[in-house]
Design a protein around this ligand. Structure first.
Ligand code: COA
Length: 332
């Protein structure tokens, strides 16, 4: 739907991050699996990642990220209408991490649920919150993206274990009156279930219950995922730009999902954006799945690149396969 000043706007008014203390370098992983720092850096751009201590659930990151986000916005937990947590590695299947966050914050007027959309989860959750707010069904929603990938990767599989990290980010989405300048302008979401097996976590559901231990790890066909990621992320950005008649000059910052630097660079090149307009955290944090985008937003805010009015393109790709993009003007 084209941007209209008549609509209520969903504005992203604050962002906060929570990362584990423990840094793990590529050299340390090379003691565990047959790999090298040179291979990981040259193939992916990753130099290190943050990992939780084993036995730590996502809520241990999601709760502090949520608290900091509300503090920054100056909003009381009781004023939240909803909490959406995008994740594929919640503490448990049930209760949802959103319910744990709701309880810990004392957000007694908020509903909450987890949204399962892999690396596209944050874009999907932000789009969902936008719909609630534009429809007048909510005033304030906390959108959290986080994953404890260390709990679902096989630490003996060099094809996957070097790629991921743990982390969590939260944003506050608030309603603004029609006509306000900033806010979410548009978004697009897609999926292709036909390629679901190319990036999967087979044994956590009803078909193959978790007791089938080995299948409880991420499995991926790296090359297929790589090719589809470049193609689909480029396509969805092109399509969203077309829908809102945007040119590269309308994008101040590109905040892409961080799966591989070699996936991000061709997307920036295709749009015609220099890399100084692209937010990168994969070198320090690896692929934190649903957390990559909110963590990158928190970095960009901290280094002064993200301010009220900054025009941001978010784009993500992940298991499903699923992908999506969202264009917004930061702040209210
Ligand atoms: N260290 C050393 N060698 C490794 C390795 C590691 N950590 N992981 C894989 N290799 C080996 C492979 O076994 C393969 O060896 P072979 O040729 O003897 O079979 C070789 O490196 C080359 O593998 P290839 O698949 O060609 O590498 P690549 O350049 O495609 O990079 C990925 C592999 C996984 C980094 C890349 O395909 C990728 O990023 N895919 C997308 C991943 C992704 O985005 N996942 C999350 C989606 S949101």
């Amino acid at each position: 739907m084209p941007l209209s000043n008549e609509r209520r706007r969903a504005c992203v008014t604050a962002v906060a991050a929570a990362l584990p203390e423990r840094r793990v370098t590529n050299q340390e992983l090379a003691h565990q699996v047959d790999t090298t720092d040179e291979w990981i850096v040259s193939r992916t751009g990753i130099r290190e990642r943050r990992l939780v201590e084993p036995g730590t659930g996502l809520s241990a990151l999601a709760i502090p990220a949520a608290r900091r986000c509300l503090e920054k916005a100056g909003v009381a937990a009781a004023d939240l209408d909803g909490i959406i947590v995008a994740t594929i590695s919640g503490d448990q299947i049930m209760p949802a991490v959103a319910n744990l966050v709701q309880h810990a914050l004392g957000a007694n007027n908020a509903w909450g649920y987890d949204l399962l959309n892999a690396c596209n989860g944050f874009v999907a959750a932000l789009s969902t919150a936008t719909c609630f707010i534009e429809a007048g069904r909510a005033e304030r929603i906390l959108v959290i993206g986080g994953d404890v990938m260390s709990s679902i990767v096989d630490w003996k599989d060099r094809n996957t274990c070097v790629l991921f990290g743990d982390g969590c980010g939260a944003v506050l989405v608030e309603a603004a009156a029609p006509g306000s300048g900033n806010g979410v302008v548009g978004f697009e979401l897609h999926s292709d279930g036909g390629k679901g097996d190319d990036l999967s976590l087979p044994c956590a559901g009803s078909l193959k219950p978790p007791a089938w231990a080995k299948g409880h790890f991420i499995h991926q066909n790296g090359r297929v995922v790589f090719q589809n990621a470049v193609r689909r992320m480029t396509e969805v950005v092109d399509s969203l730009m077309g829908a809102y008649s945007l040119t590269k000059d309308d994008i101040d910052l590109l905040v892409p999902h961080q799966a591989n630097l070699r996936i991000i660079e061709p997307i920036a090149e295709r749009i015609g954006l220099p890399m100084d307009k692209v937010v990168i955290n994969i070198d320090r944090l690896a692929n934190t799945t649903a957390a990559t985008i909110p963590l990158a937003l928190a970095d960009a805010e901290a280094d002064g690149r993200l301010k009220v009015g900054t025009r941001v393109m978010l784009v993500a790709f992940g298991g499903g396969l699923t992908w999506g993009a969202c264009y917004l003007r930061w702040g209210r």
